[in-house]
Design a protein around this ligand. Structure first.
Ligand code: ACO
Length: 329
């Protein structure tokens, strides 16, 4: 197995906006209540970025923290991948702004867009770049300002999302057995209409999007829920099979934080006890591409993952996209 490990995670970092929006705050905005939100989703509060903050500001802060954790300088990074659906502008990519803001002058930088699975797609690309010799040190960032694209009149979606960024430095493996043991990514583009933001692209340009209220997240919640439960369970079992590990070998499951009921269903399918499943949705809501790196960084900080422990990550999001990865941290 060790010979198949090409890359390792050298450091992680996060950036979380200070301002908090509670369920009680939301009761004043839409027809909802704290009990419904907690029982149906697990969310208690979410963080909201100040108006002036750009996605790339948050992404850059997370990136700097990950570099410090990895004891590396920005000049050491040769590739930057930012996973986001809420970039600063349509183009250039948010990764270009991050490159400039952190001073990663030797890096090629680009965004990827795989909704809530974005961080695992970025990890898969980084691992492949390193395996092929195209990169030695890749910075991957999941960063979202989702509160900028929710419809604050739609109670079925506006209560779910929050803002955050998480980053990781992925570098060539050093042969000590730690690293990315496997990644798996998958897409079903036929179901994109169940979770999307129609406006702002070329189909519904900005002026049309605003006049027709298409400039925000549209979601068929129950349909997405069912698909997420199946896909996350499948993705988790697939990567366990691919790496030759069993749930007993996993120290911690870090699922995308969209709904505690989806997380519980995934854990149940793997027969993982509660203490092996990391849940922080109560503090952040769904932060899409940022949710896994934020949870991963927290779990490490709380001593739930020690060097060499196997961490299983699994995600599902709009597209539909889904994926999984096992990393010996
Ligand atoms: N407060 C109070 N009542 C509400 C609220 C709210 N915020 N939202 C909906 N309701 C009501 C509905 O109107 C409905 O009322 P009715 O029975 O009178 O018609 C009732 O609650 C049940 O609504 P459902 O939508 O069936 O509720 P459900 O139990 O499915 O929960 C939820 C909705 C939380 C959205 C769930 O479906 C879900 O988590 N879906 C998956 C989300 C997800 O995983 N997204 C993927 C990633 S996101 C990304 O990629 C960007």
């Amino acid at each position: 197995m060790q010979n198949n490990i090409h890359s390792m995670m050298l450091g992680t970092g996060v950036a979380i906006p200070e301002k908090i929006l509670t369920n009680l705050d939301l009761e004043k905005i839409v027809d909802t209540n704290d009990e419904w939100i907690r029982e149906r989703t697990g969310i208690k509060v979410r963080h909201v970025a100040d108006d002036k903050l750009q996605n790339s500001d948050l992404a850059s802060e997370a990136a700097r923290n990950a570099l410090a954790d990895a004891r590396m300088n920005a000049e050491d990074i040769d590739t930057i991948i930012v996973a986001t659906v809420t970039g600063d502008v349509t183009f250039p990519s948010t990764a270009c702004y991050v490159q400039q803001k952190i001073g990663a002058v030797k890096a090629a930088a680009f965004d990827i867009q795989a909704t809530c699975s974005g961080f695992l797609f970025a990890l898969s690309i980084a691992d492949g770049f390193i395996a092929s010799g195209k990169s030695k040190n890749t910075l991957i960032v999941g960063s979202e300002l989702l509160t900028r694209i929710v419809d604050w009149k739609d109670r079925s979606t506006c209560v779910l999302f929050g803002d955050a960024a998480g980053a990781a430095v992925i570098s060539s493996a050093n042969g000590d057995g730690r690293g990315v043991l496997g990644t798996f990514i998958k897409t079903d583009g036929s179901l994109g209409h169940l979770l999307w933001m129609p406006g702002g692209g070329t189909r519904f340009p900005a002026d049309v999007a605003v006049s027709e209220n298409l400039n925000n997240i549209k979601m068929e919640g129950p349909e997405v829920f069912k698909a997420a439960v199946t896909a996350m369970g499948d993705a988790a079992t697939h990567i366990l099979d691919k790496t030759g590990l069993t749930p007993d070998d996993i120290k911690l499951l870090i699922p995308h934080q969209a709904n505690t009921r989806i997380i519980n269903a995934t854990a149940k399918r793997l027969k993982l006890p509660e203490e092996k499943v990391y849940v922080n949705i109560q503090e952040y809501g769904n932060t899409s591409a940022a949710s896994i790196p934020v949870a991963l960084h927290e779990a490490k900080g709380r001593g739930l993952l020690e060097p060499g422990d196997a961490c299983l990550m699994v995600a599902f999001g709009g597209g539909f996209t889904w994926g999984s990865a096992i990393v010996r941290v």
